[in-house]
Design a protein around this ligand. Sequence first.
Ligand code: OSB
Ligand code: MG
Length: 368
Amino acid sequence: LRIDSAELRLVRLPLVTPFTISTGTMYDKVFPLLTLRSDGIEGYAEGVMDPLPDYLGETTAAAMTLLTETLLPGVVGRSFANPQALQAELSRWRGHRMTLATLEMAFWDLWSKSLDLPLMSVLGGDAAAVEVGVSLGIAPVEETLKRVDAHLALGYRRIKLKVKPGHDIGLLREVRAAFPEAHLTVDANCCYTLADTDLLRRMDDFALDYIEQPLAWDDIHDHATLQGRIRTPLCLDESIQTPADARKALQSDACRVMNIKVGRSGGFAESLRIHDLCAAFDVPVWCGGMLESGIGRAHNIHLSTLPNFRKPGDVSSASRYFHRDIIEQKLETDGGMMPVPQHGAGIGVTLDRGFLDSVTIDRREVRA
Ligand code: OSB
Ligand code: MG
């Protein structure tokens, strides 16, 4: 399959509700949107890196430069038999896993469209809809109680609460008292250390499904130590960027649940390897989110159809994030289930080009 040309945009969408996590607050979503073209077909993907390196080390500015100056000129005008062939070539680069994923994911969309198959079919998944939960940003406790109530009423299968020092045990006490049966989790985005072991052990009292990424993004070893000291399963997010990271976490019992973000892990080929490794260790996975637009959300939903995605993912309704999306379809949950988009092959959604143009803040073309 020949990549004839590529278009790279930088897009900005304001968020319906500012999103606060332990590292800061996001007011809008800024992301690279890549289109690959082949013989009248288009494949799409978005990058999940942020403008500032406060989740992991990548930035949108660096991604735009690496894609336009190196990665896209290296593939435009060339043919790749399948996504694995492209991924093998990209694997020579170190780091920049989110940037590599953007290119690789757009090629998977293009390739599955060239075969006239839904993306999930070429990934090895199959489902009409997938189970979803919500990730609630840091807010005053009263406000959080209202949000939990509203999302449980909508049928969401799991509520994830963002926590930070001083906004953790007290919050859990109130939420658990008000919702004794809810599937609850917390996500610390790396804000604790092993010095907080006593505090983290107190979380064992709240019947959490798991604690997501309590310790440093680059410290699988300390997570293994912590898992040995608490009962609640740990779930790694930031720490898993490669299949080797997943293998080390699994063999050292650093987590008993894993969050797979295809956009964080170098793309689908690598995410499939992580998925299969976790299955071999009987560790369930779920699909993480990065406040994606409809393009990244569609990719995530297709991935979530694979068999070891055994816990609800962060692929909730697009209307929770954006007043208007850049795709023509509405990705909305129904009773805690997100239907797999299938408006045509590939990721199964189509661009709303007029609206996309109005939210595009930069645009570059790469031709052979
Ligand atoms: O840690 O999972 C995370 C959003 C931005 C950065 C990191 C994370 C998140 C979320 C939101 O939790 C998930 C979503 O609703 O897309
Ligand atoms: Mg997380």
